[in-house]
Ligand binder design. Structure first.
Ligand code: SF4
Length: 375
């Protein structure tokens, strides 16, 4: 196989991993580049967007994750890109302005450290030989040593170790090889400690696979809130479980170029992921905490109504919020008003009184939640 053929297989393999693929309101989602491969948006700490080539270094793997099409028990064409091959082809795409960053993951080919060594060698070539200063997201393989993690932090803009499940018990249902505390949480703790000790700007994120272990949304939200608190993660991503045996049957449109809204069975499944992202925004940007989130009797989020509207309906004593007097925290509780809208309201009312919904519309704040506001 030549390098191009290998990249075709390995970059295509990443399509099952949908973290960063989602579209949130005005933000761009995953898109197909003119060179035929999926490219993924990512936000820099500055807020600037970059577009990433997402690929595996290798899809060979010694692990047995039940949700993964590349686990050792599955019959799938395997290949590995050598560090200089991958660095070379990435620079070609970068120089032709097709991508401006790299999201590099890998199956575990042998030990965690041996796999990390290949991935870090790729990024080392990009940084040293090609003087590439752009965005690199490097996956940390569960069980990696402190030395391997330290090297990843030195090279990457962002690192992540996938938590996959909200507890050790849930993870055991997915794999017999990855250990929740010893391999995953301990790697996250090491990253957190090294970030503080080295004062590095390298970010840390993680990802859950949603729906593979029978876990509830309450378990995921509780674990998410704990991760933000304990390890100061920049982001938590949620990736809907796609049964590897049914993925192309249930999600044929997902892997084509049609927009997500056109999907049927898949739309239902992805609504759960969407609700988790809404909760994640409420926790990170709106000042909500876990106790503000409502779950049904089964411990799941409503698929029919967004979590912020549910909170507002359950707290009539909090409303109406006075547009001209409320503070930032109060305004953020109003359904339909987000951090940008709040900023505009606070800035506009320094100049003049806001008297009507029309005034809000004029500011670009399009809330339909009139009953929650007073002027
Ligand atoms: S370690 Fe990664 S590549 Fe290997 S089976 Fe698990 S999810 Fe798949």
């Amino acid at each position: 196989m030549n390098t191009e053929q290998k990249l075709n297989i390995l970059a295509d393999s990443s399509k099952f991993d949908l973290a960063c693929a989602c579209k949130y309101k005005h933000e761009p989602g995953r898109m197909r580049g003119d060179f035929g491969r999926w490219i993924y948006p990512a936000a820099l700490p500055s807020g600037r967007k970059v577009f990433l080539l997402k690929t595996l270094q290798s899809n060979a793997c010694v692990n047995d994750c039940r949700y993964c099409p590349f686990n050792q028990n599955r019959n799938h064409p395997r290949c590995t890109l050598k560090p200089d091959e991958l660095a070379h082809i990435f620079m070609q795409l970068h120089n032709s302005k097709r991508v401006n960053g790299l999201f590099l993951s890998s199956g575990a080919c042998g030990s965690a450290d041996a796999t990390m060594a290949q991935m870090s060698a790729t990024v080392e070539i990009l940084r040293r030989r090609h003087k590439f200063k752009g965005f690199v997201h490097l996956k940390v393989i569960p069980g990696a040593s402190e030395a391997a993690i330290e090297q990843a932090l030195r090279l990457a803009t962002r690192v992540s170790v996938n938590i996959e499940a909200p507890s050790a018990e849930r993870l055991r249902q997915l794999t017999s090889k990855k250990r929740f505390h010893e391999d995953i949480i301990s790697a996250m703790r090491t990253i957190h400690r090294l970030r503080q000790e080295k004062n590095t700007r390298c970010q840390q994120t993680t990802q859950f696979v949603v729906g593979a272990a029978g876990e509830t949304d309450r378990e995921i939200v509780t674990a998410t809130e704990r991760l933000y608190r304990k390890f100061r993660l920049e982001r938590v991503y949620f990736s809907t479980y796609q049964d590897p045996d049914r993925a192309l049957e249930v999600f044929p449109l997902l892997f084509s170029d049609l927009p997500v809204e056109k999907k049927t069975e898949a739309s239902e499944i992805f609504m759960r992921e969407h609700r988790l992202y809404q909760v994640d925004f409420l926790l990170r940007k709106y000042g909500f905490d876990r106790d503000d989130i409502s779950f049904n009797e089964e411990g799941n989020l409503s698929l029919h109504q967004d979590p912020k509207t549910i909170w507002a309906r359950n707290h009539p004593e909090f409303f109406p919020v006075k547009v001209n007097h409320a503070d930032r925290r109060q305004l953020l509780r109003v359904p339909g008003i987000g951090p940008i809208g709040v900023r505009r309201i606070l800035s506009a009312r320094r100049q003049r009184k806001i008297s009507s919904r029309q005034d809000l519309k004029y500011l670009g704040v399009r809330t339909s939640a009139g009953a929650y506001l007073a002027y």
